[in-house]
Write a protein that binds this ligand. Sequence first.
Ligand SMILES: O=P(O)(O)OC[C@H]1O[C@H](OP(=O)(O)OP(=O)(O)O)[C@H](O)[C@@H]1O
Ligand code: HPA
Ligand SMILES: [Mg+2]
Length: 188
Amino acid sequence: MDEKDMGTDLARVLVTEDEINAKLRELAEQIDRDYEGRDVLLVGVLKGAVMVMADLARALHSPITMDWMAVSSYGSGTKSSGVVRILKDLDTDIADRHILVVEDIIDSGLTLSWMLANLASRGPASLEVCAFFRKPEAAKVDIPVKYLGFDIPNEFVVGYGLDYAERYRNLPFVGTLAEHVYSGGKPA
Ligand SMILES: O=P(O)(O)OC[C@H]1O[C@H](OP(=O)(O)OP(=O)(O)O)[C@H](O)[C@@H]1O
Ligand code: HPA
Ligand SMILES: [Mg+2]
């Protein structure tokens, strides 16, 4: 599915594939500059951050390693429960390491707020956040984001890693879903 052939499930494209690729290059340049001479461990948050992690890592020239954590607060719905569970912990000891957490989206901020407190308690040398999308109007807690992709409106979005009931993660752009997808009805 691309932007010209969205099917009937998508209502509106918010960020195009070209905009995503340009932003990745911009963020990678900044990260390369900031981490010059230091080894950085990118910590991706499964599963949403898979796309941004893979693309950002390839856009970087810095020597990086990657690790993954799986936490879940949304389940199959569209609202954060605020209750964060670790489904998979890091394989790496992050004490004295430079950690850059890579997230697809900050919505309420509850997931990342919990994760940052958890990671900080492990004694990293530094701890920063790269979030590709953020919904400023949805924030319940303030998250310090050093590398930000796009601020987007307070609507449920899918694509580029973001799912609705596990679907749409593979769209190369980000958009909103048509009403019939939520209501289970037929496309208009
Ligand atoms: O700021 P918040 O309101 O906490 O929301 C953001 C989090 O919610 C989503 O994860 P989800 O729990 O859906 O898991 P997934 O990445 O596997 O889809 C998203 O990938 C972020 O991790
Ligand atoms: O808008 C969203 N879409 C998909 N997953 C999400 N997780 C938090 N916010 C969102
Ligand atoms: Mg999800």
